[in-house]
Design a protein around this ligand. Structure first.
Ligand SMILES: [Zn+2]
Length: 572
């Protein structure tokens, strides 16, 4: 009996071992993926997925070509939320969460406790570090930033951990984690709660941070700022890289819809003007120079902070903002945007060559994506018979259909208290005062709004809460954008190619922010650290990135992360 029992026991152990064998094999196979010394997350602001391909023949070596020819390229990657704005996309890339969970539902939102509109990462507890603080009034061409009541910044409003946070946690703070960008929100989101962020102050012409991150500037930052690198652009121009005849838009430089910034003009060459010019630093950011400055600062950071030098994986995020500013001012299909992409390609090529020298591309896992895509300029679309127009949301409350609802309910006061893209906020105080049901009122208003010219959908938030939405791509995008504390009462979706074109008095050539495919479409490319080239056409989503990085390093996922790990990156 005893021997039979033992036999059964041994068989069971053997069977268990045999059963385990493929698992342990998989472990050892996976373990052959060498942990990178550095994770380099590159984000290009407003890089629609097709844009690098549109200039592919003119690209140099080592930049986009390195990524597209040596990397794992996802050709059908999308953001899966509705509000394709900068902070929303960056926070999604950083956390792998939807805006509903990471909380960055828009560049601005109405804060119900403060009773005012707030800018996503503003935080008056942590003012800008150093002399000359105060509100950064130089935020020309960044009207959302102007709404901030303070120059203080922190990641406190980001409600999920980021991949970079999880890396810091896993290594008990040994991993060095940095985020750099011209835009504050491009740096703060990616650095997470545990990392350090630096961004470019247009009023100071320097890279700055806030007291959330440091009590005093690291010596190397002060030294770099003292070099006054931006001043080297004074009196120079943004010039075309090649002869005009080489460009698709070579004969379309002077277009009526381009924004004519004083002194900068709408045709090449674009002069930056004198160093003391009011718009000097703003103009640098509206040209390839903004990305070049960002690169130079990041290079200094890599050297002085010794990134990628030991066995602990470090993290560096660089978010390049020029493509966004140039796209807004001149349109994403313009001679300026075309040339900017070629300059960006050169900047990327310099970045990768630099990383190869200091860390080694074989030791660096690169991931490149974008915070959102871009819409074409309405005038250009009209030329091709495609309807595209501007929508003016200023006087919605005074529209006849809305006035009719108000008189039905006996309301004389303002009922629609604000439109902070993409949400309509109702005057809840008035609704309460008249003892009305806010849900009934918001449904009644949405029903009228959807009849307005240019409006495709007007979705009351209560329908999301009560699960009364159809299971379509677009409604799901809106649901993933919904955070009950921050979202407004009605989500307004305009028809494709329609957009609001009045940013605090400034009109631009083009913008983004819609749930349509041109705004959700971005590149996702992984390269370096021994990855083999591959092109994938399956649809993947930007929420997959943070989860994939977590699985790659075998660390826990960010707290709000969703999506699916990208197996092509993991099964090498
Ligand atoms: Zn953006």
């Amino acid at each position: 009996m005893g021997s039979i029992k033992r036999h059964i026991k041994i068989s069971a152990v053997l069977a268990a071992l045999l059963f385990l064998l493929p698992v342990s094999n998989a472990w050892s196979q996976n373990n052959t993926v060498k942990s990178p010394k550095l994770i380099l997350q590159v984000t290009v602001d407003q890089l629609r997925g097709d844009m690098p391909g549109s200039v592919y023949d003119q690209l140099g070596k080592g930049g986009f070509r390195y990524l597209y020819e040596k990397g794992i390229v996802y050709e059908n990657a999308h953001h899966r939320h509705a509000n394709t704005e900068t902070v929303v996309g960056h926070a999604t890339l950083a956390t792998g969460a939807d805006p509903a969970d990471h909380g960055m539902i828009g560049n601005i939102w109405f804060d119900k406790e403060l009773n005012r509109v707030v800018y996503n990462i503003e935080d008056d507890r942590y003012p800008m570090l150093g002399e000359g603080g105060g509100v950064d009034k130089s935020a020309e061409l960044d009207p959302t930033q102007k709404l901030a009541g303070t120059d203080g910044r922190s990641p406190a409003a980001i409600l999920s951990t980021t991949f970079s946070d999880e890396l810091a946690l896993r290594t008990n703070g040994k991993a060095k984690v940095f985020g750099v960008s011209v835009k504050d929100r491009g740096a703060v989101t990616m650095a997470g709660h545990a990392g350090k962020a630096f961004w470019f102050s247009k009023s100071k012409g320097e890279f700055v941070t806030s007291t959330y991150y440091y009590d005093a500037y690291p010596q190397w930052v002060s030294e770099w700022n003292r070099k006054k690198v931006p001043l080297t652009y004074a009196g120079t121009n943004w010039d075309l890289m090649h002869d005009k005849s080489k460009y698709t838009y070579g004969d379309f430089d002077d277009m009526p819809y381009e924004t004519n910034l004083p002194g900068y003009g709408v045709v090449f060459p674009h002069p930056f003007g004198k160093a003391d010019g009011k718009l000097f630093t703003t103009l640098l950011t509206c040209s390839p120079a903004g990305d070049e400055l960002c690169l130079k600062f990041a290079q200094e950071l890599v050297v002085r902070e010794d990134l990628g030098k030991d066995d602990v994986t470090d993290y560096l995020s660089i978010s390049f903002s020029s493509t966004d500013y140039v796209g807004h001012i001149f349109g994403p299909s313009s001679l300026e945007s075309e040339d900017n992409l070629l300059h960006l390609d050169k900047t990327l090529s310099e970045l990768f060559a630099f990383i190869d020298k200091h860390v080694g591309l074989k030791n660096t896992l690169i991931v490149l994506s974008a915070d959102h895509g871009a819409a074409a300029v309405p005038d250009q679309l009209n030329e091709f018979g495609i309807d595209a127009q501007y929508f003016v949301p200023d006087k919605l409350d005074k529209e006849k259909a809305i006035e009719n609802i108000k008189s039905k309910y006996g309301i004389a006061e303002e009922l629609i208290s604000g439109f902070n893209h993409p949400y309509i906020y109702l005057n809840n105080e008035i609704i309460r005062k008249h003892k009305l049901d806010v849900n009934e009122v918001s449904r009644a208003i949405a029903e009228e709004l959807v009849k307005f010219k240019g409006v495709a959908y007007a979705v009351p938030s209560i329908d999301l809460v009560e699960g009364k939405i159809p299971d379509t791509r677009l409604y799901q995008q809106i649901l993933r954008n919904f955070n009950p504390k921050r979202s407004g009462d009605i989500y307004l979706v305009l028809e494709p190619h329609w957009f609001v074109n009045d940013f605090d008095g400034l009109t631009v050539a083009s913008t983004h922010g819609s749930p349509w495919r041109y705004d959700t479409f971005v590149p996702i490319i992984f390269a370096g650290n021994g990855l083999a080239a591959k092109t994938i056409f399956r649809e993947v989503q930007t929420v997959d990135i943070a989860l994939t990085l977590s699985k790659y390093l075998k660390i826990k996922a960010p707290s709000g992360a969703t999506g699916s790990p990208l197996t092509e990156v993991l099964n090498q």
